[in-house]
Design a protein around this ligand. Structure first.
Ligand code: FAD
Ligand code: A2P
Length: 272
């Protein structure tokens, strides 16, 4: 055997959970999305995350948590990713092309699932940055609209370009043959920017506390009787939104104990 054969064999052996990249789209110099083949056996609940990654230079898998952005009925899996310039994984992952392989550990977990909330009338999805990924899954799942009369997607980024992935997704949903009719009139999309002027501006926390979002959308103020929420952003964002939701009387739930809202980190750290 040549050393070449050995390398090829060991890399195949070391990639038992390999999936093939089917498409890649770059949204900004800091954001991209990609789709991969879905393992036949993979079942997940919309909103959950899995560990994905690449083989590291040391021959060990380099894995990170990623929310599955596609809905549970989709044939493929979609992910929406940051590009951290010096990030161990994303400095490499940002260069993947269709046909490349990634590692995907097929063990989905997470708290941003419909089962972790008590029944309610309205579902508030609150995200900053890549925190929209789990909601990209839930917004495309018919079950979300079966369970709630209204679904409100609040997404905040610094600039309009960073909102584009979510905007295109929501616009596509309205024309979707499978889910378009369910979505019409039920899904309210409330994108805001904080460091660039746009149609709507301001932090999610401020737009909730001031009541501006309720006024703009013609919805009643959040109450524990009718409203449920899912939160996904930086640690600071999650911390501050929790305080606002608690001020409306909502309590945090979990898979084991459904309540009025659930939270998950969009990433660990202070942001870049
Ligand atoms: P890391 O060493 O992991 O991160 C370096 C630094 O970059 C971090 O300390 C942080 O300051 C910053 N950073 C990392 N991720 C982000 C981010 N998403 N947005 C802004 N700043 C960030 N990342 C995604 O891009 N998409 C997802 O769907 C996603 N889902 C996640 C779900 C969970 C439950 C958790 C815990 C994390 C998730 N992440 C997601 C973050 C992801 O796991 C990695 O941190 C990210 O891919 C960067 O990896 P890295 O090795 O390049 O850098
Ligand atoms: P701002 O520009 O006012 O800081 P980042 O790019 O830093 O991860 O932030 C993503 C978005 O989340 C930005 O629009 C930012 O607003 C907002 N944000 C950051 N921290 C908080 C927080 N603690 N509460 C509410 N919004 C936040």
């Amino acid at each position: 055997q040549t050393p070449m054969d050995q390398t090829a064999k060991s890399s195949v052996r070391a990639l038992p959970d390999a999936q093939t990249v089917t498409s890649v789209r770059h949204w900004t110099d800091r954001l991209f999305s990609f789709r991969v083949t879905r393992p036949r056996s993979l079942r997940f609940r919309s909103g959950e995350f899995v560990m994905i990654g690449l083989m590291g230079d040391n021959g060990k898998p380099l894995l990170r948590a990623y929310s599955i952005a596609s809905p549970s009925w989709d044939d493929e899996l979609e992910f929406y990713s940051i590009k951290v310039p010096d990030g161990p994984l994303t400095s490499k992952l940002q260069h993947i092309q269709p046909g490349a392989q990634i590692i995907l550990r097929p063990k989905p977990v997470g708290t941003l699932v419909l089962d972790a909330l008590l029944p309610g009338k309205r579902l508030w999805l609150l995200a900053t940055g890549t925190g929209i990924a789990p909601f990209a899954s839930l917004m495309r799942d018919p079950e979300t609209y079966e369970k709630y009369q209204q679904v409100i997607m609040m997404h905040t980024c610094r600039t309009m370009a960073e909102l584009e992935y979510g905007r295109e997704l929501v616009e596509g949903l309205r024309d979707d043959p499978l889910i378009g009719e369910m979505v019409a009139g039920k899904l309210h999309y409330y994108p805001t920017t904080t460091r660039e002027d746009s149609a709507r501006t301001g932090r999610i926390t401020d737009n909730l506390s001031s009541g501006r979002v309720f006024e703009d959308l013609g919805l009643p103020k959040i109450t524990p009787a009718d409203d449920r929420a899912m939160v996904c952003g930086s640690l600071a964002f999650n911390h501050d939104v929790k305080a606002v939701l608690e001020s409306f009387g909502l309590n945090e739930g979990a898979n084991s104990e459904p309540r009025e809202y659930v939270v998950e980190k969009a990433f660990v750290g202070d942001g870049i």
